[in-house]
Design a protein around this ligand. Structure first.
Ligand code: 6PG
Length: 242
């Protein structure tokens, strides 16, 4: 269980995977039912590989998996966050099919954003009348984006919807993403951030520098106060003396 804002800095990506897996295991063993929003991209792969190798025996029957964002591609596509999660975790653990709530990237984006928002409303607990995950896992891009809310569309953070359609600034790829009110309504939020290409934004956000206000990741401030940054030394290098 997290205690307010925590910076958890480890020597390597592998050590981040080990420590994060330990944290997730403790949450799973403390909760009969646990709803988790997974992050996408590349960093989760090392965590999922570790979980698959060391926590197969864990009782996953009470764990409900969702995604914080998805690329608008079919579930078999190389860029699918769902496919990445199946390849690195779901194909190797025993979790009930009905506990996996994927974003259907193959569907019409606007309608899927609406449908997934309704699913969050129906399946998740609510606090302050807003769907509340037990844990939201987030990555951060070197541009300061999180989930699929990018700096050029930062207004999506304050959307009245639980899910929105976003556009990747470089590729133009459409994305489905949960919005700020859902992220900040989670019981706990954990960033998984590794690599030196992230250190500048990490330092600016944690240093609360003015410029960081234009980074969606700086808006991650769960009302529960329970936020942790799981980082390797490379991503935390800019924090010296901060
Ligand atoms: C996605 C993500 C995105 C990701 C960051 C970091 O679908 O791409 O959810 O928010 O977490 O881009 O990605 P890396 O871990 O690959 O650096």
């Amino acid at each position: 269980m997290l205690k307010d804002m925590e910076l958890k800095i480890f020597n390597s990506k592998q050590e981040v995977a080990e420590q994060f897996s330990e944290y997730l295991k403790s949450l799973i063993s403390q909760n009969d039912k646990l709803t988790v929003a997974l992050s996408g991209g590349s960093t989760p792969k090392v965590v999922f590989d570790y979980l698959a190798e060391h926590y197969q025996q864990l009782d996953w029957s009470g764990v409900h998996l969702f995604w914080g964002d998805e690329r608008c591609v079919p579930p078999t596509h190389e860029e699918s966050n769902y496919k990445m999660t199946v390849d690195h975790l779901l194909s190797k653990i025993d979790i009930p099919e009905q506990n996996i709530h994927r974003i259907k990237g193959e569907n019409a984006p606007k309608q899927e954003a609406k449908d997934y928002g309704s699913q969050l409303k129906d399946v998740l607990n609510h606090s302050d009348n807003i769907p509340s995950f037990d844990l939201v896992i987030l990555g951060m891009g070197s541009d300061g984006h999180t989930a699929s809310i990018f700096p050029h569309e930062i207004e999506l953070w304050d959307s009245d919807e639980y899910c929105e359609v976003a556009v990747h600034p470089d590729s133009g790829q459409k994305r489905i993403t949960i919005t700020g009110q859902v992220i900040n309504n989670a019981r706990e939020v954990a960033f998984l951030v590794t690599g030196s290409d992230k250190k500048e934004k990490v330092a600016e956000i944690i240093g609360k520098e003015e410029i960081s206000k234009s980074y969606p990741a700086s808006l991650v401030l769960p009302t529960s106060g329970k936020l942790a940054w799981f980082m390797d030394q490379a991503a935390a290098d800019g924090l010296e003396g901060k």
